[in-house]
Ligand binder design. Structure first.
Ligand code: BT5
Length: 266
């Protein structure tokens, strides 16, 4: 990795309250999410950040893979012990998307948008994704790991055929390279701020900001659920972070997990 923990801490400069108190950087891991989980088990505190230069088994949602070439992108996980009730679990992903998107916009000036629940898009192509994994015990979230993958300096040639149609990178969007250390620092600072709001139950502030940054609300979408497919209008987000959609017969459904494809522009 071209930067050290000290470099990153210097770039963060301000004192974050919780996120980044401990930072561990690896050259190569199977998945930063799995490693963050492992560190939590070993007693590392909530807010520990894990970064790697390459992932051998980078994970997407639902057993999918996250393509993680060496030295180009940001692969980062944040280990947490949230105090929010499990019913607000989806909100942790939305909070993370708000933090990452705000940080990306500030550092790159690219108009990154969020697609519900976890994609960061530029011109409808994916430049980043978030994978939240949780351990729930009874009525409590025992631990959570938020994994953040951002395509930073990948070129068109670096993008494998299987995702060429759907993926992009900050470099492709803007025509210049970005420093991963500065991007990681921005994300950590924003994450600290938004995560505190979540912990303080400021759900409306988070959801309002999410809606401002979203390219999902107001669009016609296709939703693939485990048992069916729906075509509907994306109308709103409820206070648990679920997507409220209006079907052609005028009825509404609340979606808490599923894949969304955007069908028409606003
Ligand atoms: C996600 O899943 O978007 C979550 C990605 C989270 C990755 C981070 S990296 C650090 C941390 N450690 C991990 O092991 N994971 C997290 P999902 O919505 O399921 O999207 C996965 C799909 O996106 C794949 O099936 C591909 O179609 C596509 N994809 C895979 N790699 C990609 C990439 N680098 N850029 C854009 N799209 C990609």
């Amino acid at each position: 990795m071209e930067f050290t923990v000290e470099d990153l801490k210097k770039a963060i400069s301000s004192k974050t309250l919780e996120i980044g108190k401990e930072i561990v950087i690896y050259d190569e891991v199977e998945s930063t999410n799995s490693m963050a989980n492992e560190l939590l088990k070993q007693g590392y505190p909530s807010g520990t950040v894990v970064i790697a230069d390459r992932q051998i088994k980078g994970k997407g949602r639902l057993g999918r893979k996250w393509i993680s070439p060496y030295g180009k992108n940001l692969y980062m996980s944040i280990a947490l012990k949230p105090t929010i009730p499990p019913k607000y679990a989806t909100l942790l992903t939305l909070t993370s998307a708000v933090a990452c998107t705000t940080a990306l916009r500030r550092y790159t000036d690219i108009p990154v948008m969020i697609k519900w629940p976890n994609d960061m898009l530029v011109d409808d192509k994916k430049v980043g994704g978030i994978l939240t994994e949780m351990k729930i015990e009874g009525e409590k979230i025992k631990s959570a790991v938020v994994g953040i993958g951002i395509n930073v300096n990948m070129t068109e040639e670096d993008i494998p055929e299987e995702i060429k149609e759907i993926a992009s990178s900050l470099k492709i969007c803007k025509g210049e390279e970005f420093l991963r250390v500065l991007l990681a620092a921005e994300i950590i600072k924003e994450f600290d701020k938004w995560y505190q709001l979540l912990e303080k139950r400021q759900r409306k502030t988070i959801i309002d900001r999410w809606i401002q940054l979203s390219c999902t609300i107001g669009r016609q979408v296709k939703i693939v659920l485990s048992d069916k497919e729906l075509i509907a209008g994306a109308e709103a987000i409820d206070e648990e972070g679920r997507l409220i959609v209006k079907l052609s017969d005028g009825t509404y459904e609340k979606i808490s997990a599923g894949d969304v494809t955007l069908l028409r522009t606003k």
